[in-house]
Design a protein around this ligand. Structure first.
Ligand SMILES: Nc1nc2c(ncn2[C@@H]2O[C@H](COP(=O)(O)OP(=O)(O)OP(=O)(O)O)[C@@H](O)[C@H]2O)c(=O)[nH]1
Ligand SMILES: [Mg+2]
Length: 417
């Protein structure tokens, strides 16, 4: 194991956003610690405009450069994403490794990925991030050896040659497609059995895995650290009514989640896109709970999952002694993952929301539209169906989320009862 890298963390932005800048810089500190770096110094610079070549301005960069020598720093981490040109300039001035928040998050994900799919997704995101930033970096990276920002999944060293990277990106994309097809078959099967799908989503460290474990007896790693979970885990959950649902734990979100990573994880996050109900888990004891909710909602929007019914689960109320957080719109429930009664209430609520959420519809479909007929057979519970030579008349029930996902042309023909 490599010795821990000594890091300077740098944030910058306009003075009027001071509070937000400080809080994301604190979060960057936790991320650096998660990656086993030692945060030695924090630098916050107020400036109205980003410097296009240096982000923080040349003078400040020189100051940091001196600090690096004086304090034997191995690594400078910028809280804002660096453009390829900024990275190049900073690297040529500062006598140690330079990375940004995105690369740090990618590095943590690389260390955490366990399944084949997770590893491929992370490596793909890393390579796509690196490709435009490569000029000069190849030799820098070999000079600097390994450590944060240079490791792929499973301590594998990241490729640094442009041609190899392109080839590797194509290869990984293809492998991912293969895995995705395989999973789709699996999901079709589940849908066919019409077990409702419930997905746990939320900011990292909110308690998603803990809730999965507490509710289903799963043994997923739940830890007080950022990004404990990368790979989704699904378990059967039996509700008080006896109804069964499938509950899935997913990767946590964070502010400024690298878009390469969201894109690469799109297929894992399909559990979220395909869900009938989302449990948006919130750490109610966190001082920035509301900013975290917003960050999660942004990621959900980018996944086109904003229309799925969601229950906000305000977790960790056992730690929370202040005023109850301001109620947000939609359904809210306050729980502690360690309270049996709260878990029962949560299960009741899931059952109730899924029940209320069912849509009963009636539709006449021309028999030649075999695609629509088979789609309804897959997604919906059939109540009644009759056919003559030309038309098929179907009465069915399905979740609101699935209804919204039907093709618009079909949806427009449906009469809701
Ligand atoms: N006091 C208290 N602690 C909780 C509660 N729920 C979870 N925790 C703790 O919060 C920490 C994070 O929990 P996880 O379940 O790993 O959180 P997560 O949302 O899965 O986090 P990631 O996988 O990193 O996104 C752990 O130390 C849990 O023990 C709760 O209701 N009360
Ligand atoms: Mg987790």
């Amino acid at each position: 194991m490599q010795s821990r890298e000594r890091a300077i963390l740098v944030g910058s932005g306009p003075k009027r956003r001071e509070w937000e800048l400080r809080s994301t810089l604190d979060e960057l500190t936790s991320l650096a610690e998660t990656s086993h770096a030692i945060p030695v110094e924090k630098v916050l610079q107020f400036r109205g405009r980003k410097d296009p070549s240096w982000l923080i301005g040349r003078g400040k960069a020189e100051e940091i450069s001196k600090m690096v020598e004086e304090k034997q720093i191995d690594l400078v981490i910028f809280d804002q994403e660096l453009s390829p040109a900024q990275l190049r300039n900073l690297e040529s001035l500062i006598p140690c490794k330079v990375i940004d928040r995105t690369q740090l998050i990618l590095d943590i994900f690389a260390q955490r990925a366990r399944t084949k799919e997770g590893k491929i997704q992370v490596e793909l995101a890393q390579l796509q991030y690196m490709l435009p930033r490569l000029a000069g970096k190849g030799k820098e990276m070999s000079r600097l050896g390994g450590g944060i920002g240079t490791r792929g999944p499973g301590e594998k060293k990241l490729e640094t040659d442009r041609r190899h990277i392109r080839r590797q990106i194509r290869l990984l994309t293809k492998q991912l497609e293969g895995i995705k097809k395989h999973r789709q078959l699996h999901q079709e099967h589940r849908k066919k059995n019409r077990i409702p799908q419930v997905a746990l989503v939320g900011y990292t460290n909110a308690g998603k895995s803990t809730l999965l474990n507490q509710l289903t007896g799963a043994e997923v790693l739940a830890e007080n650290q950022l990004f404990a979970t990368l790979d989704p885990t699904s378990r059967l959950l039996v509700l008080p009514s006896g109804k069964e649902v499938i509950l899935t734990d997913t990767v946590g979100f964070i502010r400024q989640l690298p878009h390469h990573l969201v894109a690469a994880f799109r297929s894992t996050l399909e559990h979220v896109r395909e869900a009938d109900l989302l449990l948006h888990v919130i750490d109610a004891s966190h001082p920035e709970a509301e900013e975290q909710i917003e960050a999660v909602e942004q990621v959900l929007a980018s996944l086109e999952a904003s229309n799925i019914p969601a229950l906000k689960v305000w977790n960790k109320t056992d730690l929370f002694s202040g005023a109850v957080p301001k109620q947000c719109g939609g359904e809210n429930l306050f729980v502690s993952a360690f309270s049996e009664t709260d878990l029962e209430r949560l299960k009741e609520k899931i059952g109730q929301l899924l029940q209320e959420d069912m849509v009963t519809g009636q539709v006449e479909i021309p028999v030649m539209r075999g695609d629509w007929i088979s789609l309804l057979h897959h997604k919906a519970e059939m109540i009644e169906s009759n056919a003559d030579e030309l038309m098929m008349s179907i009465r069915f029930r399905l979740s609101h989320a699935d209804f919204e996902r039907l093709p618009a042309e079909l949806r427009n023909r449906i009469q809701i009862r």
